[in-house]
Design a protein around this ligand. Structure first.
Ligand SMILES: Cc1ncc(COP(=O)(O)O)c(C=O)c1O
Length: 319
């Protein structure tokens, strides 16, 4: 496989490493950097491109007709796949959770359809089989020459793409913070991180066993459980910043997003990055972070904000 960092579809040099100055932290010698992967592209932003990059290379190098994947009604991954496939001039099929939905149910699905993605709405029961080998094999034989990308881009190649973020970090890092869903991004970051640095993960799901989920992913990546466990010693899980669980948010979190944009011009989304950023700022109040170099990986997801602004009749980003 070609493992060039650059890919003609999207330019990751748009993702700058931005230093932000929060006086109460700067006064304690904390340097805070944000890896702005949200700037890679409006729709294929953040970890989405990191996860799709090598998957799309497989599609292109393997001469596949297209790609098929899974996602929920508001899935960032579904939209990113549709958008990247459109740009790569390959076909895309999205299996969507919820047979009651249509392509007009929301902006995300509308946009996926507009980008040429064939949307197939399936029941929750069928969706539950999305990681079942036999079920996926059946879909592969129904859609011959279509390459399968799992939900959330959560496969080996997705992890490899996320690991690559480190190639673009030219500062020493003691502590890195990231939002967690499928754990693909955090596992990739863990595999590539500098020795001695700590990886702080903020799961956005309530009651999520982050350690176990990461161990499961890393075991099949490394073929060595002991090594996976050793790597996980550098992971710190912060389980209390989920704000009610996946897809849930509070007025406090929305106010936090508005405040972060007003002060630092950092856009955050209420599903993933705001929870992680909020968690990080809360943790950094502790003295143990004095004089540390801290990195926040902005994993994107901002396009969902339009929908949330409309639903709550608010403006999140005011200049
Ligand atoms: C914006 C955003 N941030 C973070 C994550 C979590 O990443 P992962 O699923 O790789 O843990 C996701 C989900 O993919 C996401 O859409």
């Amino acid at each position: 496989m070609n493992t060039e960092t650059n890919h003609p579809l999207f330019d990751t040099s748009l993702s700058i490493l931005q230093e932000i100055n929060i006086p109460r932290f700067t006064a304690r010698g904390i340097k805070l950097y944000i890896k702005r992967d949200d700037l890679i592209h409006e729709e294929v932003s953040g970890n989405k491109w990191r996860k799709l990059k090598y998957n799309l290379l497989q599609v292109q190098q393997g001469n596949y007709t297209g790609v098929f994947t899974f996602g929920g009604a508001y899935s960032n991954h579904l939209l990113a796949t549709a958008s990247a496939a459109y740009r790569a001039k390959i076909k895309s099929i999205g299996f969507v959770r919820g047979e009651e939905l249509t392509e007009n149910s929301n902006n995300t699905l509308e946009r996926c359809a507009e980008l040429g993605m064939q949307l197939i709405f399936i029941s929750r029961g069928e969706y539950a089989l999305r990681n079942d080998k036999q079920y996926v094999d059946e879909l592969k034989s129904e859609h011959t020459n279509f390459y399968f990308v799992p939900e959330g881009g959560g496969n080996y190649l997705g992890m490899v793409g996320c690991q690559e973020i480190w190639k673009e970090i030219n500062k020493p890092v003691d502590e890195v913070f990231v939002a967690q869903g499928t754990t693909t991004t955090s596992c990739g970051l863990l595999l590539g991180k500098p020795a001695k640095s700590k990886l702080h993960v903020i799961p956005v799901l309530k009651g999520f066993d982050a350690y176990e989920e990461m161990l499961n992913k890393l075991k099949w990546f490394l073929f060595q459980e002991d090594l996976a466990k050793e790597l996980l010693e550098d992971v710190i899980v912060h389980p209390d910043y989920h704000f009610g669980g996946y897809g849930k948010y509070t007025p406090e979190l929305l106010a936090f997003i508005q405040e972060m944009y007003t002060y630092y011009k950092i856009p955050l989304d209420p599903i993933y990055t705001a929870k992680a950023f909020y968690g990080m700022l809360h943790e950094l109040e502790s003295k143990q972070y004095d004089n540390k170099q801290v990195l926040f990986v902005h994993t994107g997801g901002i396009q969902v904000c339009k929908e949330i602004e409309k639903k709550n009749n608010i403006t999140l980003f005011t200049n």
